[in-house]
Design a protein around this ligand. Structure first.
Ligand code: AMP
Ligand code: MG
Length: 398
């Protein structure tokens, strides 16, 4: 059986980044930049004042100096003249520094009367002056492709005049649930039926990862039913189905995918939960057959689908952060497959600790709700209380 790392490598080798589009700068929030951004501007474009005060010449403005105020310059205006020896100009935050001046004295540091000011203390040359280009120079490569755009990048892009931004396309992900027992939202489950939850968790996981999900509904456990829905996913960049990938005679997803034209690359990974995961390509687009149990579907999404989706989206970093914490209780993983166990993180006097969220059955969604992360535990082992535990971090640290 493949290890998780082997499976992920194989999956990523079949995934390549999507095309690009241009979007409005604010619409680029959370999107992935597709081209480097090289500045054609100096920021700031000219030296300007960072305070309300007086523009002066440091050389002739020592402590106690009296200067003549020869004019005034506001933000948005231009100085009408230069500042000569013994002179000062009234200036406001963001206004261009007049020629001749090299320093700004804040208004609270002078005694002003009529058109004269007296300095209360010594000056530091260039104080309260923002230099031309101190933030960005022409030709600076300020953003790299693959950057996830946040509010700060949006500010920088606007400063540099980009009303539109080149980003990678958001992957469209088709989600299919399969199973005769499934009653979808809006229908009360009848005898022998259970509610369909996977469609909704998987759509949400796609959204969280920056993708654009669309539901293909629920297919019955019949080859034609599954195949027909798989074929309906023609416009999607990726297909994710759940259930029907084990070895029972009603597990028909693999055969249905093949009939729809998919080439299957792998099946079964040594992990718990999630072993029967399937991956292939359909018209060069990635297709996943995730196991049906709700936690198995979520965990295999995390470990395999999410990195593939991030790669499609042009992201550079494909995996979640990992943290090492202390086990606050014994964490057993009986059985021959590596465990991905749901844990809650907790700040303790000795740093971050983790404890299991409860029952680890692969159908127990509530222990997933409580989970801040997944503890990676080797097969046939117990991590003792107090020992180090490696966690895949799913949420912000507490
Ligand atoms: P299967 O892989 O088809 O044997 O399904 C494994 C388990 O997952 C069964 O108990 C199914 O009822 C359950 N299951 C399958 N699909 C879903 C779904 N969409 N929502 C909730 N549970 C599901
Ligand atoms: Mg089934």
């Amino acid at each position: 059986m493949l290890t998780v790392e082997e499976a992920l490598d194989a999956i990523l080798s079949h995934v390549s980044v999507l095309g690009t589009e241009r979007v409005d700068v604010v619409g680029a929030l959370g999107r992935v930049l597709a081209e480097p951004i090289v500045s054609r501007r100096e920021i700031p474009p000219w030296p300007n004042s960072s305070m309300d005060g007086y523009a002066v010449r440091a050389a002739d403005a020592g402590r106690g100096a009296a200067l003549t105020v020869v004019g005034r310059v506001e933000a948005g205006g231009l100085p009408a003249r230069v500042v000569g020896r013994g002179e000062a100009m009234r200036i406001f935050t963001g206004a261009p520094l007049p020629e001749g001046a090299d320093t700004v004295v804040p208004q609270e540091d002078v005694d002003a009367s009529d058109d004269r000011i007296a300095l209360r203390g010594p000056l530091e040359r260039a104080a309260y002056v923002r230099r031309r280009g101190e933030d960005v120079r022409v030709g600076d490569r300020v953003l790299e492709p693959g950057t996830v755009i946040t509010a700060a990048e949006i500010g920088l892009l606007a400063t540099l005049g980009h009303g539109q931004v080149p980003v990678y396309r958001r992957p469209r992900v088709a989600i299919l649930s399969t199973g005769n027992e499934l009653a979808d939202l809006g229908t009360e489950p009848g005898p022998g039926q259970i509610p369909n939850s996977n469609t909704y968790t998987l759509m949400a996981q796609v959204l969280e990862a920056g993708g654009d999900p669309a539901s293909l509904g629920v297919a019955r456990d019949r080859l034609e039913s599954i195949e027909e829905r798989v074929r309906a996913a023609r416009d999607a960049d990726m297909l994710v189905s759940s259930a029907g990938v084990s070895v029972g005679e009603l597990d028909l997803v693999r055969e249905a995918l093949t009939r729809a034209g998919a080439e299957l690359h792998l099946w079964k990974v040594s992990m718990r939960p999630g072993k029967p995961i399937t991956f292939g390509s359909l018209a060069s687009r990635p297709v996943f057959g995730l196991p049906g149990n709700p936690v198995s579907a979520m965990v295999t999404f995390e470990l395999f689908v999410r990195p593939a989706l991030l790669k499609l989206s042009g992201r550079r970093r494909l995996t979640r952060p990992r943290v090492r914490v202390r086990a606050l209780e014994a964490v057993p993983n009986p059985g021959s497959r590596r465990g991905y166990l749901r844990v809650q993180l907790e700040q303790t006097a000795d740093g971050l600790g983790a404890r299991l969220t409860g029952e680890q059955g692969s159908a127990i969604l509530r222990s997933m709700v409580a989970a801040d992360g997944l503890a990676v535990v080797p097969p046939d082992s117990v991590v003792a209380a107090g020992a180090a535990l490696e966690i895949i971090q799913l949420r912000e640290l507490p």
